[in-house]
Design a protein around this ligand. Structure first.
Ligand SMILES: [Zn+2]
Length: 212
């Protein structure tokens, strides 16, 4: 789904400063405060905004950054990746070509490096581990690139498939729900209605489709 200029504006502004008020965002982007509020909650619901964090500098806390490259057998890439994700020291990790998993870990002290690498080597399916202890951070900007024509990967709330074109947006109980096609929309409304009647919630009228 293509993001419009309001979404792009919100993402750019909040990625730089997550503490901006809705009022300030409204002033900068030129839309109303309720629009900002609705768009932010929508971006969160879609998993595009995943949180609002303070940026803490590990070096200032005298911590050590280690980049590890673990090579796994091709059959074990997923399980090795899952095991690396579970290590609390790991800040981010990606898989790479050649059945490699690249990860960065932040450790409390230099003498924690060796035990950490031992833990990585002990993961079943790991064939080799290469490690690099960072001596100086030159750039650390874990930001997404938000292009003017950015588009978001959205899954249909009914069938779970990725929506390629323009999604069908329906508003139910004040939230926007995304569907890929009219038959998914029909099934979803039926299912939603059943869940509501089971929950004994007052459902006086069928919600109407909102304009995309
Ligand atoms: Zn669908």
């Amino acid at each position: 789904m293509k993001l419009d200029r309001t979404d792009v504006g919100i993402l750019r502004a909040l990625q730089t400063d997550a503490r901006l008020s809705f009022r300030e965002l409204s002033r900068r982007i030129g839309v109303s405060v309720p629009t900002i509020s609705a768009r932010v909650s929508n971006l969160r619901q879609l998993g595009i905004i995943t949180g609002f964090h303070a940026a803490v500098e590990p070096e200032r806390l005298k911590q050590v950054c280690v980049v590890v490259i673990a090579r796994a057998s091709p059959a074990n890439v997923d399980s090795v990746g899952a095991a690396i994700v579970k290590l609390p020291e790991v800040r981010w990790t990606v898989t790479s070509a050649g059945s490699r998993i690249v990860a960065e870990a932040v450790l409390r002290r230099t003498d924690a490096v060796r035990p950490f690498l031992k833990k990585v080597r002990a993961i079943g399916g790991v064939l080799a581990v290469e490690s690099h202890v960072a001596s100086k951070a030159l750039k650390d900007a874990p930001l997404a690139v938000i292009a003017d024509d950015a588009s978001a990967a959205i899954e249909c709330f009914e069938c779970g498939k990725s929506i390629e074109g323009v999604p069908i947006r329906i508003r139910l109980d004040g939230r926007v729900h995304y569907l890929c096609c009219t038959s998914c929309e029909r099934l979803y409304r039926e299912r939603y209605g059943k869940i509501r009647s089971l929950a004994n919630a007052p459902s006086t009228r069928v919600p109407r489709r909102t304009k995309a």
